[in-house]
Design a protein around this ligand. Structure first.
Ligand code: KG4
Ligand code: ZN
Length: 336
């Protein structure tokens, strides 16, 4: 079974070929970051138009890299949501058309299912069941994963996602869009303890998150100060510590509550070095295995979509057949 995967839910056009026996055969990605940077954020219409421009050349390249053609491909998987609707429609209509032309099934994949299966691309993949921490630009969720397609949300953010908090605070610190990774780099040179941010929701029981107060705390910390590089780095450090400690503590609680012995980290914020360190320590503490995708597969990519498509096709899950694009789509409702 060999699947072509297409991701176009936001500002990355990404394509990959995944084979059930040989694993990942190729992956290509075009980032639109430079184009959106001038606007300080993603401009949906520009994103859609650029996906139209990039998709076909990327598919040709990914197929060539994988020494594959339409005859060796068994299915075309695409991100059906959630995401920017125009951007999703580009990938969905392209993949559906390809499926019709090649007489192969086209499968709509939930973007977050792709993220949480991404650690399965690594040499030591986690077995089901596991607990997943999904930390992206749009979502922060703790997911009880019983099996492929069986996802129960046990905790989620009540307001901003962790990545969104990183991006908004980065903007306050004068860092260019998308600021998450840049803020993390700045935090490396900051001093611990100079700015102590509140750790949201740690003082009450439960597994939900709230990050919107942190950008206000950052604003208060910045007010009336010269934006000296050292001060900015100290604030970045304090902010990052608050987010990381909160995520680590909630993972600890969720592991204890669910009894899972495997923790999977997925989504763009999973690329954060400090978060990876802290979660590895939580795992050691509780005797749980912790699994991360390599950093390039934490952020959006086509490999996770090709993999999810391959696993679904192999399991005979064809519910994604028929073109679908949904801006909002609950992970807990997708089923098999
Ligand atoms: O999963 P992703 O690529 O896209 C969504 O599905 O949202 O996640 C992007 C998010 C952005 O908010 C970005 O700032 C954040 O992941 N991010 C990071 C790091 N790298 C990316 N946040 C913290 N530290 C990083 N190293
Ligand atoms: Zn994503």
């Amino acid at each position: 079974m060999r699947v072509l995967g297409i991701e176009s839910s936001c500002d990355e056009t990404a394509v990959a070929v995944y084979d059930e026996i040989d694993g990942l055969l190729s992956h290509r990605l075009y980032s639109q970051v430079a184009m959106h940077q001038a606007y300080g954020g993603v401009v949906p219409e520009l994103a859609s138009r650029d996906h139209v421009r990039r998709l076909l050349p990327l598919v040709r390249q990914a197929l060539a890299d994988a020494h594959s053609d339409k005859d060796s491909i068994d299915g075309v998987a695409y991100t059906a949501g959630p995401g920017l609707i125009g951007a999703l429609l580009v990938g969905a209509s392209f993949a559906t058309a390809l499926g019709v032309a090649w007489r192969k099934p086209a499968l709509g994949i939930h973007h977050l299912e792709g993220h949480l299966l991404a650690p399965l691309l690594e040499p030591k993949p986690p077995a089901f069941p596991f607990l997943a921490l999904l930390v992206s630009g749009g979502h922060t969720q703790l997911v009880d994963v019983a099996a492929l397609g069986s996802y129960r949300i046990v905790g989620e953010t009540l307001d901003d996602a962790a990545g969104e908090a990183f991006d908004k605070t980065a903007k306050l610190l004068g860092l260019p869009y998308p600021g998450g990774a840049a803020l993390a780099t700045l935090a490396e040179s900051g001093r611990s303890g100079q700015f102590v941010f509140p750790k949201p929701m740690l003082d009450r029981p439960g597994l939900d998150f709230s990050f919107s107060g942190l950008k206000t705390a950052a604003l208060v910390a910045l007010r009336g100060r010269d934006l000296l590089p050292t001060v900015r780095a100290d604030i970045a450090r304090g902010f990052q510590e608050a987010v990381v400690e909160t995520l680590a503590e909630k993972c600890r609680r969720a592991l204890l509550q669910t009894g899972h012995r495997r923790l999977v980290i997925a989504g763009g914020v999973g690329a954060n070095r400090r978060l990876r360190e802290r979660l590895a320590a939580v795992g050691t503490d509780l005797g749980a295995e912790v699994y991360f995708p390599r950093t390039e597969f934490c952020t959006d990519n086509g490999a996770m979509i090709a993999l999810a498509g391959c696993l679904r096709l192999k399991a005979g899950m064809r519910s994604g057949l028929g073109m679908s694009a949904r801006a909002n789509w609950e992970l807990g409702s997708i089923g098999v």
